[in-house]
Write a protein that binds this ligand. Sequence first.
Ligand code: HGY
Ligand code: MN
Ligand code: MN
Ligand code: MN
Length: 411
Amino acid sequence: MSNNSINPERLLGRLTELGNIGRDGGGQLVRLAATDSEKLGRDKFVSWIEQAGLELAVDRIGNIFGIWKPIGVADEAPLMLGSHIDTVINAGIYDGCYGVLSGLEVIETLLEAGFEPSRPIVVAAFTNEEGVRYAPDMMGSLVYAGGLDVEIALATVGTDGSALGSELQRIGYDGKHEPGFMRPHAYIELHIEQGPVLEREGVQIGAVENLQGISWQRVTIEGDANHAGTTPISMRRDAGYVAARVIIFLRDRAKNSNTPTVATVGCMEFQPNAINVIPSRAAFTVDLRDPDESRLRQEEAALASFLEELEQQEGVSIKVERLARFEPVQFDRNIVEMIEGAAKSGGHSCRRMTSGAGHDAQMIARIAPAAMIFVPSIGGISHNPRENTPDADLIAGANMLLDVVRQLTAK
Ligand code: HGY
Ligand code: MN
Ligand code: MN
Ligand code: MN
């Protein structure tokens, strides 16, 4: 077997197989962190790790590691590949899973070809990258990188009132095979772009050099329930109306700013949520992102002062809770250049780019040189069942990863 290229049938077959694990009654893919459906996905990944003859490790936050340490290889810091296999609600099958399964595929290809790496190679599936059930997102890799105490992470209460620690225990992924801390020598994450840039420019590979900052907040507006028919507009303390003002404010600011700033209100709850009752409470999330830290702070400050203004104007009270806050991250220049070189020698067009999405790589970059490889997303669609990437690009990306791994672990 050559170690020049991965086994496309195995990789694409596993992406499809894993993509069918965790579908709900309506056929939607939902593998939220530490749920029964995610456990099924975890179990499948573990079975592939064991089939490949790798050492299995699971740390206390449930991060899963497949470790390849051939006999005679020094007990050095490993080269780490990986991503995540938890998903958002009604997800596509490539976000995260592509990086995890390509990492495993690269190890198996090298193993089968008799390649002898200079250091161990590890493939990781980090817990709770999406952060939909438990905030913050990228939680497993953040704990692994020492950015969040594991006890605090395990005590996190989810949107359904569950505690992450007891859920990991319930699904059997609570550190049974503690790996002990293994600071990686380097980390490379292969991921779909999840945006429109590569496809729009007809470029096959993205050499990701930085990742934008992320600010997640939950805003709770307390007004007064009252009768929808009898209460004059001037007498209302309408939490629903104030929430709508905030959404318009955020969208108009981002749209008129001609900067890369983006703002999203993804979750919204009204109480008592009745057609003929003025909402007494509106609780919603705000996701702000910008590659520039000072601009991101400006956006947070602008929102804070607008909320104060609304409190005065509308006689409501507003509470803000911070859910996650990550500064922009620069990836390792040497690895980025290596990725560009691999693209060139593989005959793939390549461009440097910023990641709009958050990734585990931004956490591992705190403790080791890290970088990412992107492949195009059709229509720039992601976090959506229509998420898709041409097979040729999926295979090219995995072969790129193979090439970079071979260079980084050549004797
Ligand atoms: O939110 C993000 O960008 C990541 O997918 N969790
Ligand atoms: Mn992802
Ligand atoms: Mn995602
Ligand atoms: Mn992500």
